[in-house]
Design a protein around this ligand. Structure first.
Ligand code: IVH
Length: 674
């Protein structure tokens, strides 16, 4: 055994503590102080010394995060202090009865303080530190005995192998949740897909699967993270009197705690916190399945005590589940406005993400193949926030013999024309255009929609009847309708027919961008339609423009330019435009509008709108601001002049506050708009 010279030992210890500090800055505080290259250089230096003096290597050396030799099985660890679970609340009423129970037991009616934290959706872990060094890590197991996952936990960069500071406790049992961020999860799955390996269903499964590897070398390659939320035991007593202060102490020791940790007064404070986090939930970097509220003061916690396996001083307010399993009863095929065929899954209705879902888009044939989906399968459906529901996976173990393969149609399910696969895309399309009643109906609905010609009263069922009855074979026919023929439609009163005809007549007065948008050109949304109008100013110039001219339009790529040029190049579309204009559709000259724009009160200003408004829909607010010359964009950046804040504003407001951007409330809008 080689003798270790004192200066080597000193140099070694100083590299270890330097690496620990930088590891903490990078993985816990998210504030790197040196470059990755500099960190690697230090680590190489450490490994060099360790190779020369192997006796120096301890299990808490930063070099040991790469994993240890594989295990045959996990051994068991008995928790010295049991790992408890939490009582759940699914409504504000349940939270209020929790508070009543707390106040009754404490024999008071003065609301108490609660510490609020997100309930991370991961794997619970207990970490033991002796004299500041991580000595073991265990899963929760049954609450009394867990599995020894020490080697795996050592590979997680945000777990301190050594507690920071001069006053480290002799013993510390700290509890937390191991998780994977949504971004790390999708990168991991993408890599797995590229390498033909199995993908994980969600970040929680990915974290659980990674933590339970017998080969910690594999865990080391997985992007795991930790957030700690309580202390099981600490000695000697550090004299801290509240949960909140204890977590701050853990942060000083080098542990990652939630940046959403707050202390509030009474259960009404908890409800406000829950409502706020429910809005922020989809924007968080990690999945959470609820909020945990804990009576903050340890003295009160002690008085309240425990019931069975849960403390009386804490409760988890759960969010509506974002995933649920249900039966795929059938698949139907819908034809969209552009002829794209979309398979739609008919589900046994299931309550998920706060709503009942019975239909789900399966997108295209490739997606059905990717999921390996059959009719009769039990599937996992996900609906997060306002995101449309989707099938995330099939529970293959529940597949029965009667499960049926999904046959994609060869002919259009509405007009029976041949279907065509769009080269290099997953789309299968019916190319019959307005000859196909499904496409015609969708084209009319688009033409009449609010952002297009805004024909009030021309709803989905009236469009269906107009097309099915043969009264309307093209959007042009709308302008030939009369009250009597409309009144013959099923269920339409004379008064409604009159109103509809009036709305159709009103729609003739429009703007050039709305008219371009109403034509339903592929990939031409509201913004693109505005850009085209701004560039060319008149419909005549647009119709005469070539692909190269469209390439000049702001934000236009070759695909959009080709789509627009093809559309206006086709004789039938030129005729369509001419006929619509002949029916009396008109707008103010765009050139005049552009010229006048510079003098408008909000000219040159960039505005963003967030939240919901009681006085008008957001789209109307956008129109009115644009009418005053503002440029309304969707993302908050430092170039924004003003953010208009409605109710339930979320991350945009936060970002605007960080960037010190001026905000105005709905109550101040009226002044500006008038
Ligand atoms: S406190 C006695 N706080 O939720 C207190 N738990 O059912 C026990 N969890 O398995 C836990 N985030 O792993 C607490 N901020 C948080 C949490 C949290 C997630 C998990 C925990 C436990 C389960 C409780």
């Amino acid at each position: 055994m080689s003798i270790i010279p004192a200066e080597v030992k000193n140099q070694y210890n100083s590299i270890v503590s330097e690496l620990n500090i930088h590891n903490h800055c990078y993985h816990v505080l998210d504030e790197p102080q040196i470059t990755d290259g500099e960190y690697d250089h230090l680590l190489r230096k450490l490994i060099e010394i360790e190779t020369q003096y192997p006796n120096l290597v301890s299990t808490s050396s930063p070099s040991q995060r790469v994993g240890a030799p594989p295990l045959a099985t996990f051994s068991q660890i008995e928790h010295t202090v049991p790992m408890l679970s939490l009582e759940n609340a699914f409504s504000n009423e349940e939270l209020k009865s929790f508070e009543n129970r707390v106040l009754d037991r404490l024999k008071t009616n003065i609301p108490v303080e609660y510490a609020c934290e997100p309930k991370l959706d991961g794997i619970a872990v207990s970490l033991h530190y002796k004299s500041g060094e991580l000595v073991s890590a265990a899963t929760r197991g049954d609450g009394s005995i867990g599995e020894d996952i020490t080697n795996n936990v050592r590979t997680i960069k945000s777990v301190p192998l050594q507690i920071i500071g001069d006053e480290v406790p002799e013993f510390l049992d700290v509890r937390g949740e191991i998780f994977m961020t949504k971004e790390a999860f999708s990168k991991l799955n993408k890599k797995a897909e590229e390498n033909g390996r199995k993908t994980f269903v969600n970040p929680r499964n990915a974290a659980a699967g990674s933590v339970r590897q017998l080969d910690s070398g594999i865990t080391a390659t997985r992007p795991l993270d930790i957030c700690v939320y309580s202390v099981g035991d600490i000695s000697p007593d550090v004299g801290i009197i509240s949960h909140y202060e204890m977590l701050l102490k853990l942060a000083d020791y080098g542990f990652k705690i939630s940046d959403k940790l707050r202390v509030v007064e009474g259960i009404s404070g908890c409800i406000d916190y829950y409502n706020q986090l429910e809005i922020e939930r989809t924007d968080l970097a990690y999945d959470i399945d609820g909020i945990v509220f804990k009576v903050n003061k340890f003295g009160l916690q002690k008085e309240l005590g425990f019931v069975a396996k849960a403390p009386r001083w804490a409760i988890a307010r759960k969010f509506p589940a974002q995933e649920a399993s249900t039966l795929l009863k059938n698949v139907e095929f819908q034809v969209g406005r552009t002829g794209a065929i979309t398979p739609v899954g008919k589900l046994e209705p299931v309550f998920v993400g706060g709503v009942t879902v019975s239909n789900v888009s399966l997108h295209n044939r490739d997606e059905i193949e990717r999921l390996d989906l059959r009719i009769g399968d039990t599937v996992i459906v996900r609906r997060a926030g306002d995101v449309i529901p989707q099938v995330v996976s099939v529970i293959v173990s529940k597949r029965t013999e009667s499960a049926k393969k999904i046959e994609f149609p060869k002919y259009c399910p509405v007009c029976n024309s041949d279907l065509e696969k769009v080269p290099s895309q997953a789309i299968i399309r019916c190319n019959a255009g307005s000859e196909c009643n499904a496409q015609l109906k969708e084209a009319i609905k688009h033409f009449a929609s609010r952002k297009a010609l805004n024909i009030d009263g021309l709803g989905s069922s009236i469009v269906d009847s107009l097309v099915d009855s043969g009264l309307v074979k093209s959007v042009i026919d709308l302008y030939d309708l009369d009250i009597d023929s409309v009144a013959q439609l099923d269920g339409l009163a004379k008064k409604s027919s009159q109103n509809l005809i009036n709305s159709i007549n009103y729609s003739k007065s429009t703007t050039l961008p709305k008219f371009i948008y109403s034509l339903g050109i592929r990939e031409v949304g509201e913004t693109t339609a505005k850009s085209i109008s701004k560039e060319f100013c008149t419909i005549g110039r647009i119709m005469n423009a070539k692909v190269e001219d469209f390439l000049e339009v702001a934000d236009f790529g070759p695909v959009t330019a080709a789509n627009v040029a093809d559309f206006f190049g086709a004789i039938e579309n030129q005729k369509l435009v001419e006929k619509l204009l002949a029916k009396g559709i008109f707008w103010e000259d765009q050139e005049d509008t552009v010229r006048e724009n510079d003098n408008l009160p909000l000219a040159g200003q960039k505005w963003v709108i967030t939240g919901t408004f009681s006085s008008m829909p957001r789209s109307e607010l956008t129109d009115r601001l644009e009418f005053l010359g503002a440029h309304v964009v969707s993302a908050v950046s430092k170039n924004i002049d003003i953010l208009v804040v409605g109710s339930n504003a979320g991350s945009k407001l936060k970002k605007a506050e960080e960037l010190k951007i001026k905000t105005i409330q709905e109550s101040e809008l009226q002044n500006i708009l008038s």
